[in-house]
Design a binder for this molecule. Sequence first.
Ligand code: HEC
Ligand code: HEC
Length: 191
Amino acid sequence: MVGRDNKRMKLIFPIFAWSCMVISTPAWVADITACVACHNDKMVANPILDGQHAKYIEKQLHDLKKDLRVHAQMQGIAKTLDDKQIADISKSFANKKWANPNPKSNPAIQEEGKNLVRKGNCTRCHGSELEGTYNIPRLAGQRSQYLKTTLLQYKNKERNNFPPMSSMLNRYSEEEIGVMAEYIAGLAYQE
Ligand code: HEC
Ligand code: HEC
């Protein structure tokens, strides 16, 4: 998949570079104004999308569109987007810089959170700094409130578009999930 995308980029890039000289906005830069109304650094309960990995954003939008992930507002929004818009929007967000807006968690949370993350071997998939890659989401510096909500939804199988995440969370209590969310939100990984 990655190789094919790279090859395609090689073909597309000369045309893309040329179009930049002609028009100021490259053709694939999507209009994300409507999204930014809810996905911004003031809406602390909503997930950060700036700097999230493109393939992960893309998968969530397709899953929401197909009702595989349930969130009434986002399902409605995803259904208005075609495949090309989804790909363009995902790339636009992925090309932005992650803002790291959260304060560092307190030392007690850091210690307990680190142990809980180790217990679940979360870094095996999400990367040593929980930075994610490709279709695996970045977690480091995501909003704590959102992380807690979505982790509880996995645990309760309300979010069921990736069942392995649900079975992994069986061994955590709600309180432990809260600690883990706060710890992960305070991680300030910078690419
Ligand atoms: C009315 C507010 C609102 C608008 C407008 C909105 N979103 Fe969302 N979005 C949310 C909320 C709330 C969630 C969290 C859903 C959940 O808890 O499962 C979300 C979740 C997402 C996710 C999943 C993120 C993750 O980390 O799993 C993606 C991707 C997303 N939105 C993309 C978009 C895009 C693209 C647009 C614009 C086309 C958009 N959203 C517009 C409120 C909004
Ligand atoms: C086997 C690999 C794997 C392991 C281990 C794993 N995850 Fe995940 N996780 C994923 C994948 C893949 C996704 C994206 C699911 C999808 O495509 O819908 C995900 C999604 C998530 C999300 C949703 C992020 C968002 O933006 O909505 C959170 C939060 C999360 N994982 C936290 C954790 C935590 C905490 C642990 C450790 C307890 C963990 N994961 C362990 C593979 C893994």
